[in-house]
Design a protein around this ligand. Sequence first.
Ligand code: SF4
Length: 210
Amino acid sequence: MSAELTAPIMGINRHRLTTDGVGVTSLVAFHGCPLRCKYCFNNQCHDPNFKVKFVTPKQLVEQLAIDNLYFLATGGGVCFGGGEPLLYSEFIDEFCRVKPQQWKVTIETSLAVPRANIELVVPHIDQYLIDVKDCNPDIYQRYTGRDNAQMIENLRWLLSQEGMAEKIIMRLPLIPDFNTPDDRQRSRALLTEMGAIHFDEFNYKTHINA
Ligand code: SF4
């Protein structure tokens, strides 16, 4: 018998309004991330000793169903974040097959994962919040510890899908000591050329991880 499909959840944040998708949403934070951002806002996702809870897709649906009425009344649902939720795309695929159809699904992702992980969830996702950081490879490498070629290629592919640009918000931070308003403008120009139409520009706070 094959092992049951589960994923490590760091926490569930209920009753969020307009921060990550339309209506009332519950944010589900997955453990683990392939990047090492200097100002990681959720550093426990890298901590192997952090106490996660392993759940099956069905168990997660049951837990979130406590807010079913809020989701239905406001057009909300679930937002997958982390960590990097697309490390668990099989889990998300299965979750979306067993959840109530009306629940909307938003995902916060860096897209720093293999293309196959993205392809699996595309049929289910209503909105994408893409944590681009910066399109300049040197800035990205210095800030995240990783090359951005995979992220850029995944973005190109995603934006080439019919009607996809409408569903995507590109998150473009100003990162103290890493990029400048001009760098961000260059990222935005490149993304626009690739077909992106929605952007969220904001400033990171300056706390640095020890
Ligand atoms: S992508 Fe997000 S969770 Fe991952 S290291 Fe960067 S800030 Fe942290």
